[in-house]
Design a protein around this ligand. Structure first.
Ligand code: ZN
Length: 153
């Protein structure tokens, strides 16, 4: 069959095994005031965050909420020149990145490089919530900062 495949039953789509970017693991949201944002998202999602975690290397404090099988990651900068502070300066608060779960981060980094994407780090690095992470430059990904993340076991 030519062209996109349309599936009548969305359950079929869920059952199809994903090999590469397995699912959306979380959506990262840049915030100015973590406590105020936690209050807002607790009201929005109807549940408080399940953890706060600082990532010193990135200059951020994160706060995680569950929403079904996915998560929301709030990010507040701990320094004025950090990546989150800069993002807020440029674009204001809001969606900062989309993170996809991968089974083998090094293999996916190689695959995306071969597909012409620009990676922001050459080696996977330690991220929040027990993950190895790598970012894909938004200029090579249609304006979206993409994070690959692999659970550290
Ligand atoms: Zn993230």
């Amino acid at each position: 069959m030519e062209g996109p495949l349309f599936v009548d039953d969305p359950v079929d789509v869920q059952l199809a095994p994903m090999e590469h970017l397995i699912r959306i693991e979380h959506i990262g949201i840049a915030v100015k005031d973590l406590s105020a944002a936690e209050e807002l998202y607790t009201k929005l999602l109807g549940e408080p965050p399940y953890k706060r975690e600082a990532v010193e290397s990135e200059g951020v404090i994160t706060s995680f909420f569950r929403t079904g099988p996915n998560k929301i990651e709030l990010l507040e900068s701990t320094r004025p020149d950090g990546p989150i502070a800069k993002a807020i300066e440029k674009r204001g608060e809001g969606i900062h990145h989309i993170a996809f779960e991968v089974a083998d981060i090094r293999a996916e980094m190689e695959r995306l490089k071969a597909e012409g994407f620009t990676l922001l780090n050459a080696e996977p690095k330690r991220g929040a919530d027990n993950k190895l992470v790598c970012f894909v430059h938004p200029k090579s990904a249609g304006g979206v900062l993409v994070e690959l993340c692999q659970e550290i076991r």
